[in-house]
Design a binder for this molecule. Structure first.
Ligand code: GUN
Length: 301
């Protein structure tokens, strides 16, 4: 039997529609809109396309969106000063510095410089700590928050489930593991994290009721690694070439996930496609975090 395809675009549209209403209501009642600053260094093609989509989505929701494009060779000190300017600006509720950064700049120093109350990416150590201890006053990172939203909205039971996470990054692997082992809805799972040094990857994957793959290796997970009926979440967005867009005729990147989708969909119970799965959810959760930040600043939550 073929798996249920978890449609990230559809779930995202539902979340954005709710946020649009919420933003309009906040504006009407309190006279403020969420302010989101997006800082990008240089013109890395993947970063440009992520950032453009973030900006377009924020504007569509009625945010005050401030785009800051800085030269790739900007000094660390100048970047930190730019961040501090927006830390102090009351109209700004979220600050996002697009990663990766050039080698001469310390990513951790930059993340640490963002006020935790404005760190809508959920990367600051304060928010990482809050995510780990299940303190809901912090911001959870957007990709794991999106993954959990997809799992919950698809009606998949996480309580007592064997969850296997492939990849141990700070952005996806570690936080999703922490979130799914918490007590409560979307949690209570038995979580295993596997990575490049794991002795037998396929053995662990085959045990998973919920398999979350964030390895950055196209087609890594084969159908023989999947337990029949499992939920497979593919976080991989690997550029493997280019293709012509059917609608616009433009040349666009050809994306492939970390899971062999065509084979895996015949074995899994649920599966996310690439593109159109986890990717669209990340931006929706960023918008949601920014609206939450505004509400916190108004002492509404
Ligand atoms: N680069 C790739 N994904 C992300 C993200 O979620 N946030 C930021 N700031 N940079 C990224």
């Amino acid at each position: 039997m073929s798996a249920v395809i978890i449609n990230g675009n559809e779930i995202r549209e539902g979340i954005l529609a709710d946020l649009r209403e919420e933003v309009a209501a906040l504006k009407a009642k309190h006279g403020v809109v969420p302010g989101l600053v997006t800082i990008m260094l240089g013109e890395h093609p993947a970063s440009v396309s992520y950032v453009s989509l973030k900006i377009k989505t924020a504007k569509g929701l009625g945010f005050n969106e401030i785009q800051v494009s800085l030269p790739e060779n900007i000094s660390e000190t100048d970047l930190l000063e730019t961040i501090e300017k927006y830390n102090r600006d009351d109209r700004v509720h979220g600050i996002l510095v697009q990663l990766p950064l050039p080698k001469h700049i310390s990513e951790q120093k930059v993340i640490n410089a963002i006020r935790p109350e404005k760190d809508v990416d959920g990367f600051h150590p304060v928010n990482v700590g809050k995510t780990l201890i299940g303190d809901t006053t912090g911001f959870r990172p957007c990709t794991p928050a999106g993954i959990l939203e997809m799992i919950i909205r698809s009606g998949i039971n996480t309580s007592g489930a064997e969850v296997v996470v492939v990849g141990r990054s700070n952005i996806v692997g570690k936080p999703i593991a922490a979130m799914m082992m918490q007590k409560g809805p979307g949690g209570d799972a038995t979580v295993t994290v596997v990575h490049t040094r794991t002795k037998d990857l396929s053995y662990h994957c085959r045990r998973a009721d919920i398999l979350i793959v964030a390895a950055g290796v196209p087609g890594l997970v084969k159908s023989s690694w999947i337990k029949p009926g499992a939920c497979v979440i593919d976080v991989g967005v690997n550029r493997v070439g280019e293709k012509k867009d059917d609608k616009t005729g433009r040349i666009i990147p050809l994306l492939r996930g970390d899971v062999d989708f065509e084979e895996a969909r015949e074995i899994a119970g649920w599966i996310t496609p690439v593109p159109g799965g986890v990717g669209p959810m990340t931006i929706a959760m960023l918008m949601s975090n920014t609206v939450r930040s505004l509400k916190r600043s108004l002492l509404l939550i």
